[in-house]
Design a protein around this ligand. Structure first.
Ligand code: GAP
Length: 441
């Protein structure tokens, strides 16, 4: 399906969020002092914290809160036979066209019949371009030392299927989950961190008896949609979209995307694929090792089918930021606020002594240390309290704790809520349970 990659429906929102990310330290262009490298980004202090929280939220839902999924952490570089067997060497391609006039290259399925750069219609025929990054393992560069940076984490789970099965004594239905970096030499990366050449994947391979795969596919579509609403994206900005037959990846018998309404229109957040036994069968044939599961109750062996929810962590972070960005007016003053879910916000609590005076320092530090055991906290004693609240609103900190001179007398502090701006005075002793109660969502 051809898609336009220019922000169209709300470019103002896109610009505001990209600008905020740079200005406040969520995302920087990579190696900026050397002029950067196209569509490659570094995650700054706030971005690193938030990306960690996105991973953590996924881990919590997919592993911690379940008893049928186990994690692994496989190598990025692996035996190239894995990519041969999985079909990635032969078919993990995008259709590439060259503009004969300006020499730009494009993905044929993303442009009409003219070059978006110069308008020329003098384009080459589309040819397959393999997206895997090639490298060499060891000091000798040659055919025998070729390796690839993984374009998906999934294969690490398929080739470890037997290891996990025997060491954890699982039986289908059960899942293996993994998150980590993936690399694709995208022809046209763009739209900030939406499509980059290095990104982070969060994938689950859920192994089921073959006849059960349609039911589990529907189950995972519902679960994954619910995960995005649980973490703050409203349901009208989300939809499930089944793939057309011609869109399907080489391994898929059916895929449904979770889509988000990005500022330029609907875009994929996650694909939930029914990979059947494609991968286990391919690795079984290629390696000569049986990957069948012996079902003792039925007295038969079979290759499980796989339902795979595969999400991009970096793309999800961008969607959470776009969905959370808001502007409103407080006391006649305009403010930008990120209404992030408390578990996704880079900092959960900001500790703000009302004044920099030495007398407040010991108590303020004491409050900070109490909170740091439970929450990621920022400590800020510069500028007026109003400006400090605005700075925290803009980066999504859900709670600010203010220590004032009265606190020295009554051992109480003020908790300010980011969204309502409501302030509550409470004893320092009650602070941790009070805040923990608000995070239990
Ligand atoms: N193992 C299946 C798989 O990798 P995919 O649909 O190619 O499926 C899964 O990728 C998710 O990874 C996508 O839904 C998207 O969120 C994210 N993703 C894919 N390519 C990306 C890129 N170049 N930059 C950022 N995120 C990407």
């Amino acid at each position: 399906m051809p898609t336009s990659f220019e922000p169209a429906t709300n470019p103002g929102l896109f610009d505001a969020v990209v600008n905020l990310c740079k200005r406040r330290g969520f995302v920087f262009p990579s190696a900026e002092i050397y002029g950067g490298i196209r569509s490659t980004y570094d995650y700054g202090p706030l971005g690193a914290l938030m990306l960690r929280n996105v991973r953590e939220a996924w881990w919590r839902a997919m592993i911690q809160e379940r008893d049928d999924v186990v994690p692994i952490d496989a190598a990025i570089l692996t035996n190239p036979k894995v990519w041969e067997a999985s079909g990635h060497l032969a078919t993990f391609t995008d259709p590439l066209v060259d503009c004969r006039n300006c020499k730009e290259r494009w993905r044929a399925d993303q442009i009409e019949d003219a070059c978006p750069n110069c308008g020329s219609k003098d384009l080459t025929e589309a040819r397959p371009f393999n997206l895997m990054f090639k490298t060499y393992v060891g000091p000798v560069e040659g055919d025998s030392s070729v390796a690839y940076l993984r374009p998906e984490t999934a294969q690490g789970m398929f080739v470890n299927f037997l290891n996990v099965l025997t060491t954890t004594r699982r039986r289908p239905p059960f899942g293996i989950a993994q998150l980590g970096r993936a690399f694709r030499n995208e022809i046209t990366p763009g739209n900030f961190v939406f499509r980059t050449r290095e990104f982070e994947l969060m994938e689950l391979e859920f192994f089921v008896p073959p006849a059960d795969s349609p039911r589990w596919h529907q189950y995972w579509c519902d679960e994954r949609l619910a995960w995005y609403t649980r973490y703050g994206i409203t349901s009208e900005k989300l939809r499930l979209r089944p793939h057309e037959k011609e869109e399907l990846s080489h391994y898929s018998a059916g895929t449904t995307d979770v889509e988000f309404f990005f500022p330029w229109g609907w875009g994929e957040l996650e694909g939930i694929a029914n990979r059947t036994d494609f991968d286990l069968r391919a690795h079984q044939e290629s390696s000569g090792t049986s990957l069948e599961y012996f079902d003792q109750a039925a007295g038969e062996s079979y290759l499980p089918h796989v339902v795979e929810p595969a999400a991009g962590a970096t793309r999800a972070m961008m969607a959470f930021l776009l969905a959370a960005y808001d502007e409103d007016e407080i006391g006649g003053e305009r403010r930008a606020v990120l209404r992030l879910h408390p578990r996704l916000a880079p900092y959960q609590v900001a500790v703000l002594p009302l004044s920099k005076k030495e007398t407040l320092a010991p108590l303020s530090r004491d409050v900070l240390h109490r909170l740091q055991r439970y929450f990621m906290c920022e400590f800020d004693e510069t500028q007026s309290i109003g400006r400090r609240y605005r700075r925290q609103d803009e980066i999504g900190t859900p709670y600010c704790v203010t220590i004032d001179f009265e606190s020295l007398e009554d051992q109480q502090v003020t908790v300010r809520d980011r969204d309502s701006t409501e302030q509550t005075r409470l004893p320092i002793e009650d602070l941790v349970p009070h805040l923990l109660g608000r995070f239990d969502i």
